[in-house]
Ligand binder design. Structure first.
Ligand SMILES: N[C@@H](CCC(=O)N[C@@H](CS)C(=O)NCC(=O)O)C(=O)O
Length: 117
């Protein structure tokens, strides 16, 4: 009886941990890479953001949310962190920048300066 309850508890804990754990650690990815883009492979705004960085020769880490099994969960977590529900989600130097429009606005204002690459 008691061992049954313990087993049920263990099962539920394992379930909770596996639901909570994402395939990437978002905070770590952002802190380890100067520029990080969360994108979807078919997304035009994502392509525009990538083109801008490519044209400026800025290296970046990209996570294609439609190419990873838990992309939806990662996108939800990003939305909770930033309040930004669409892709791309752009981080520079650990800071949330916005999406493609904000990245382009940053470039236009001369603020798209990336130090460590
Ligand atoms: N203003 C945003 C627009 C981005 C946008 O509309 N992205 C679409 C995909 S191209 C999106 O995220 N749709 C909802 C989704 O895929 O979850 C930006 O400049 O990044």
């Amino acid at each position: 009886m008691k061992s049954g309850r313990i087993l049920t508890g263990l099962f539920l804990c394992t379930l909770l941990i596996s639901v909570a754990a994402l395939s990437i650690d978002i905070e770590q990815t952002i802190s380890e890479n100067e520029v990080v883009l969360f994108t979807k492979s078919y997304c035009g705004f994502c392509r525009m953001a990538r083109n801008l960085l490519d044209n400026k020769g800025i290296a970046y880490k990209v996570i294609e949310l439609d190419q990873v099994s838990d992309g939806r969960a990662i996108q939800s977590e990003l939305a909770a962190m930033t309040g930004h529900g669409t892709v791309p989600v752009v981080f520079i130097a650990g800071e949330f920048i916005g999406g493609s429009s904000e990245l382009h606005a940053l470039e236009k204002s001369g603020g798209l300066v990336v130090g460590r690459q």
